[in-house]
Design a binder for this molecule. Sequence first.
Ligand code: GTP
Length: 365
Amino acid sequence: MKDKLKAVILVGGHGTRLRPLTYNTPKPMVPTVNVPFLEHVIRNLGGHNISEIILAQYYLAESMQDYFGDGSKFGVRLRYVMEESPRGTAGAVKNVEKYLDGTFLVLNGDIFHNCDFTSMVKFHRRHKAQVTIALTPVENPTIYGVVETDSRGKVKRFTEKPKPEEVTTNMINAGTYVLESEVLQRIPPDTKYSFEREVFPPMLADTKSVYAYSFDNYWMDMGTPEKYLQLHRDILSGKCDNRLFEKDVTIGDKCDIHPSVQFSGKVIIGDNCVVGHGVRLTGPVVIGPHCTILENAVIADSVLWHDVAIEQRAIIKSSVLADNCDIGDDSYLVDAVLGDHVTVDAGCKLKPGARVLPGETVGNT
Ligand code: GTP
């Protein structure tokens, strides 16, 4: 891109589908390979000649500002704008209108992808579009917003969550847009309003300037625990085109790892962790900082946030454990998602797929 653009990242949603992880942590701050998810999004944008990133906030906003500050540590300039009440995707951008002019980018803050923004903006300008929507192919389009286009990439139709018999394409709205500022005139001020339902569909009738830019690099909406875990599997296996973790085992600073620990697959351990005698770590596994894994515990295909304690012989499989969980001796968790500060009593076998609210204690009775 010759001239620099601004980008708006929507980070104000409640993240209800990602509960219980998002009761006390906003979705953009959910650790993803030991850094907040939003850091991946910001670093990805940073390579594309962006003059300023505006974070449109509502839910649990403070922790983002504490972590990212003015953005300089991440090579970008950040501005934070808070909504008085949740405005939805389009209302949130209307709320930051005074900081925007000309062409700008809008990104959902919960999508991990490798879209080439520079090439998307060039496409947008070449077609003199008012809106360009990034599209990506998915296996099951029925849970997404499907977008049909003509051969030049002009959008013909939107269908939200089509029934299987209505599916005509597997290309879905990837949650990334290039917009011209005049589009904001279509959004009423101080109102909850949606791009997907209220702004883009009526534009098809009014104008010919809604285009779609298709890409088929890696794309993942990490809005549910299953997808969040899948994202970790994909990042660690290199499916996301990143070369961050070429080594099989990455161990942070000041860790105490017993020589008998058995590693297999990709394992990432944060700083200041203790891993005891006979522990088995079967990747993909990500362990946050300040975790303690005691003797003969087994962790496989799981993500632990910070300050998690796993006691002796506990078995954790395909699970996500948020900050400060304490998992007792000989307990057993599979497909579990635990909010922060959860205690699992010794010997407790959780029902597969258990979801546990922050602060709860789970026992055998
Ligand atoms: P769910 O409650 O699980 O659907 O998640 P969500 O609240 O994040 O909603 P959704 O996944 O539909 O949102 C897509 C993106 O828009 C996410 O990055 C949200 O943070 C963001 N978003 C959704 N609603 C709002 C809002 O009212 N204000 C702002 N600023 N961002 C929003």
